[in-house]
Design a protein around this ligand. Structure first.
Ligand code: MN
Length: 258
């Protein structure tokens, strides 16, 4: 075995490296992104029992399930957005698997989000982060820590008002900077989608989706436990289901961290 893999196993066994689960539980109650009613909305997660050591299957327990591709903690592929529809290898089954692993850069804007639920990450905030922690490397997962996943009541999590949801996200200049100037793998957020709650009203609408996916980058939504990661030094593994032609999928996202 290669030395680096032996070392990885030894460090995990010794507890000097930890595995952190960045995934929210997937249940029929998992909060969903509410789109304006003229559009199709994503179905909730549905699960039903096939057998449980009974006359439907005497020695085994298993379930069937049904879900939207973008339900719960999930992966957004470039084909998800119109700007990425003609890119090569833009569906979950065709993305090269080495692109599911990358170093994590965790941007903490939890204080800003606590003050203002509509806070947008600015390029100034990113520049300040790079001054403290170094340049965001190509191929990084940029994770936006807002502590939004600590809102365990779905009402507070979605924060829906008369004019739509109010949750934090990216200013479009920040999305463009990360996609074009830093060539990241993608961005991950704790909120229900990778755009801010009010992004349907932005120009272009949902600019983070538009710019990231138009550049062949990915998204991770509904992450948790970002407060357990250092600003740099962790690795994120985010491998979606191999749905042929799929635009995304629920997944288990884990981080390996010192
Ligand atoms: Mn999505």
């Amino acid at each position: 075995m290669s030395l680096v893999l032996i070392t990885l196993l030894e460090e995990l066994a010794a507890g000097r490296l930890r595995v952190v689960d960045l995934t929210q539980p997937l249940t029929p109650q998992t909060p969903l992104l509410p789109l304006p009613s003229q559009w199709n909305n994503t179905p909730a997660f549905k699960i039903w029992e096939l057998s449980r050591y009974d006359d439907r299957g005497p020695a085994w327990y298993w379930n069937g399930f049904e879900t939207g591709e973008h339900t719960g903690t999930h992966f957004d592929a470039p084909v998800h957005w119109i700007s990425g529809k003609d890119l090569p290898d833009n569906t979950v089954d065709r993305i090269p698997p080495k692109k599911f692993i990358g170093p994590a850069c965790v941007i903490d804007m939890s204080a800003d989000a606590a003050r203002n639920p509509n806070y947008l990450l600015t390029p100034e905030h990113l520049r300040q982060w790079e001054q403290e922690h170094g340049r965001i490397p190509a191929g990084a997962w940029v994770l936006l820590r807002t502590d939004w996943s600590k809102r365990t009541d779905p009402k507070d999590y979605i924060n829906l008002k008369e004019n739509g949801p109010h949750t934090p996200g990216f200013a479009k200049e920040s999305s463009a900077f990360l996609a074009e100037e830093r060539d990241v793998l993608g961005v991950g957020v704790e909120t229900v989608g990778t755009d801010a709650g009010q992004a349907a009203t932005f120009d272009p609408p949902f600019p983070n989706h538009y710019l990231m996916h138009g550049s062949g980058k990915f998204g991770l939504a509904s992450l948790s436990n970002l407060d357990q990661l250092p600003p740099t030094g962790a690795i994120v593994i985010a491998a979606p289901l191999k749905i042929v032609g799929g635009s995304g999928s629920p997944l288990r996202v884990i981080a390996i961290t010192p």
